[in-house]
Design a protein around this ligand. Structure first.
Ligand code: BEZ
Length: 212
């Protein structure tokens, strides 16, 4: 049975470019991203890991720790990491798992045999502080992911975890949000002091509540 949203993210201990790491210990009580890529020394993956490293401050701001998975060995990761740093002008300092025996890849369903018998697809999981899976995306090897979209979803997840709101299509941090249908308009008006705009009884907007 493959992992689904709301499931507990499986824990593991693995060899990584930053030493042997237990996943739950690494995440602590913050948010996490675990993402796979098909192979070391490949061009799209090089840009993806470079982009992730360049967004370090954005992930830190959101209390998100990042860990990458590759089924290649540790010595290969080390050499490739130098190339990523050189070509993408970054310092990759998040762990890259050396998942040679595919333990983590199998645990998270990152191998899709009809896409490739040996390489992992581009899977990405966002994990909340209670270790639940909040987002899963799967891209093919030929398409690099949009890491600004991942940040956007994390903003939405962190906001909607604390307020009775949902975020509309193409929402960006700071835009108006939607009042969830389970709240009456009367209650919404009390709950959201910045105001509630009623377009239809089921379509109501309020300015984005503060995150703190
Ligand atoms: C890449 O990361 O560039 C890549 C990997 C596998 C197939 C195609 C592209």
């Amino acid at each position: 049975m493959s992992l689904q949203l709301g499931d507990t993210a499986p824990d593991f201990t693995a060899e990584t470019t930053e030493g042997k790491i237990n996943f739950y210990d690494y995440l602590g009580d913050g948010w996490g991203i675990l993402f796979s890529h098909p192979a070391d020394y490949t061009p799209v993956c090089t840009t993806e890991l470079g982009k992730t490293a360049s967004l370090k401050k954005e992930f830190e701001k959101r209390n998100v720790k990042v860990m990458a998975v590759s089924v290649d060995p540790l010595d290969k990761h080390m050499g490739w990491r130098n190339d990523i740093n050189e070509t993408q002008h970054v310092t990759v300092d998040f762990p890259i798992i050396a998942d040679e025996d595919k333990t983590v890849a199998n645990l998270y369903g990152m191998l899709h045999p009809n896409a490739s018998e040996t390489a992992t697809v581009r899977s990405l999981f966002v994990i909340s502080p209670d270790k639940k899976i909040k987002l899963m995306i799967v891209y093919p090897a030929s398409t690099g992911r949009n890491f600004n979209e991942v940040l956007r979803v994390i903003d939405s997840l962190q906001l909607t975890a604390h307020h009775s709101v949902a975020t509309p299509a193409d929402w960006q941090h700071g835009d108006d949000v939607i009042v969830v249908p389970s709240i009456s308009t009367e209650d919404a008006q009390k709950k959201f002091p910045k105001g509630v705009k009623v377009i239809k009884p089921y379509l109501r907007y309020t300015p984005q509540p503060n995150l703190d």
